[in-house]
Every structure is written in C-alpha cells, then in structure tokens.
Design a protein around this ligand. Sequence first.
Ligand code: GAR
Length: 203
Amino acid sequence: MQERKANIAVLVSGGGTNLQALINAQNKGVIKSGEIKLVISNNSGAYALQRAEKANIKTAVITKKSFADQQSFEDAIIDELEENKIDLIVLAGFMSILSEKFTSHFKNRIINVHPSLIPSFCGQGFYGLRVHEEALKKGVKVTGATVHFVNEIPDGGEIIMQKAVNVLDNDTPESLQKRVMRLAEWKILPQSTELISKKLIER
Ligand code: GAR
C-alpha cells in the first residue's frame, strides 16, 4: 500500500541551491516521506523559481510590496499554503522574518536552514554572506550549518541537525559560504526534511 506523503512547500528568495539539493534528494529517494508540491518566492527574480519550473513543481510569487503590511503579506502566503494542503514548510534561503502569528499557525511544521552553528552568528541581521563575514572577523576555526524549527524568535527554535565545517586560513566569505553549503547545508536540509516529513505522516 502506498503510504501518504507529507506535502512540502519550500519558501525561497534567491539562487535556490538548497531547493536544488531538496529536489535532487527527492529524485534519489533520500526524501521519500514527503513530496515538494509548491515553491513560494517573495522575489519574482529569484533563480530558484526556474529550478522549480524545471522540476515541474508549482510556483507562486508573493511579494511584500504588493500588500499594505506584513500581516496581509503573510496571510496571502498562508492562503497559498492551505489551498495546497501543505504539511511541512521548508525555508531555504527565505529572507523575510515571519511573525509570531505565522509561526504559531504552523507550529512544529516550519524548518529553516541557517549557515552557522547556532547559537553563533544568528538572529536578526545575520543572513547569507553576512554570517560568513562575521565568522571570519571573529576568527572561528570551525563553523557549519544548522537546521532548526522556526518559532517567533529569529533562529531561536529547537535545533534538528547541525554539521560542522572547518574554516581554512585563506578563506574569503564567498569560499566559506560555498564550502558550508556543499559540506553541510545541502546534506542536513534534505535529511531533516525527510526526518520531519516521516514524523508528520506517522502522527
Ligand atoms: C543559504 O546559505 C542559507 O543558509 C542562507 O541563505 C543562503 C541561501 O542560498 N539563509 C540564511 O541566511 C537565513 N538566515 P540558496 O538560495 O542558494 O539556497
């Protein structure tokens, strides 16, 4: 008998290499308890949208500037997620902080990948390349990535998986970002997505 799969939505803003890692993991059977049904971008120019289209995944563009305020922007995202009966929301480079109203609506159903070992270099203002610039400035010898549940505190939800990556003497923010993605993010995000999807369908 075919077991039910969790319906997954991936929220993106940019290049979408983490989305690509999720699509590849689904194709390889690493993600087998869930299926990516929808990709939502808050940026109409995000290359992630092209990756989704190429994989025949439904896309939606919901931009903040089309709405009067944060709440109506988030309500539009909620409507789209509910129309598509989404069970699990994966934030993969989604560069907009979601309010408590949104996060409590989907309690324990939103996960995020962050490019550091939380609680280092995280919280408001720490996103993308900035995180790696700060890690290099501090001179840490080990950094990495974290997948965590999303609650009302930016990067403050329960940790699901972490993976450490060594910092090299000649690293630039760009070289460090690439290595953290390749060795950590692209592995633990698909693994966590499978883990949480499995838990959701076993409920
Ligand atoms: C990734 O490094 C992700 O961890 C980070 O943005 C990048 C998106 O890349 N997210 C954050 O900083 C969230 N606080 P991608 O679009 O190629 O997946």
